[in-house]
Design a protein around this ligand. Structure first.
Ligand SMILES: [Zn+2]
Length: 117
């Protein structure tokens, strides 16, 4: 038997020594928890307190637009709520971005308006 003494020093009890970092660990978990709460609230559009300590209101539909088309007048409140909750139910911001990108289309200008208005 040629047992090397270096083996025991590597795989011995000493290697299982846990670095006492309870306080740091605790802070990390709190930060991580807070980070997750903020991230999830943002995606879900829920009211939450951001990193600055300010309350961020829950996501809601904006005031009707004032353009000629009167876009909002053709939409019911139920429909807007439905679209909003659909958006809020995405798993993460990335999926929301992809969804929005899918709705945006590039259109050519059909008739250029005069700068004098
Ligand atoms: Zn409009």
């Amino acid at each position: 038997m040629s047992e090397s003494s270096s083996d025991s020093s590597i795989y011995g009890e000493e290697s299982e020594t846990v670095i006492p970092a309870k306080r740091i660990k605790g802070i990390f978990h709190t930060e991580e928890y807070k980070r997750n709460v903020i991230r999830k609230s943002k995606v879900a559009g829920k009211q939450h307190t951001n990193w600055r300590g300010n309350i961020v209101e829950s996501r809601k539909t904006d005031d009707p637009c004032s353009c000629k088309k009167k876009c909002f007048s053709s939409l019911t409140t139920e429909y807007l709520q439905y679209r909003l909750s659909h958006f809020n139910n995405f798993k993460n911001k990335n999926e929301q971005d992809i969804y929005l990108q899918g709705l945006i289309t590039v259109a050519n200008v059909q008739r250029k308006r005069s700068m004098m208005m």
